[in-house]
Design a protein around this ligand. Structure first.
Ligand SMILES: [Zn+2]
Length: 117
């Protein structure tokens, strides 16, 4: 399972149990808090892994779901671990409210550099 090694490494970094992973055919990812399970298609990009893991992190640390404040901080933290710098995460491809939030906080400045890397 390709994603599991990455999720296990990130979970260890944050001191939380790794999520279970389900590979699915449907497009897009999802997280199910009650089952601590991330579902992703086999060809998911790194940004999708980061987004779904942030749901897991927010759920484990704060018990929260959705895309609120805890999720956004978890997303910054996960992006930092996954990309080395949170600004490398492709914030512009996030949900519009998150992308706008990231812009207000000065994130997404070198997403173009990450694409070139
Ligand atoms: Zn989400």
């Amino acid at each position: 399972m390709a994603y599991l090694a990455e999720f296990t490494r990130w979970a260890k970094h944050f001191g939380i149990p790794p999520p279970a992973v389900v590979v699915r055919k449907r497009h897009g990812g999802s997280y199910r808090k009650s089952r601590r399970t991330i579902s992703l298609p086999a060809n998911a990009g790194r940004d999708a892994l980061v987004h779904e893991f942030a749901h897991h992190l927010a759920a484990e640390i704060h018990g929260t779901r959705g895309h609120g404040p805890h999720f956004r901080i978890a997303l910054v933290e996960t992006a930092t671990v996954a990309y080395g710098r949170a600004t490398r995460y492709p914030w512009a491809s996030e949900y519009r409210t998150i992308a706008a939030w990231a812009r207000r906080h000065g994130l997404g400045l070198d997403a173009a550099a990450a694409v070139r890397a």
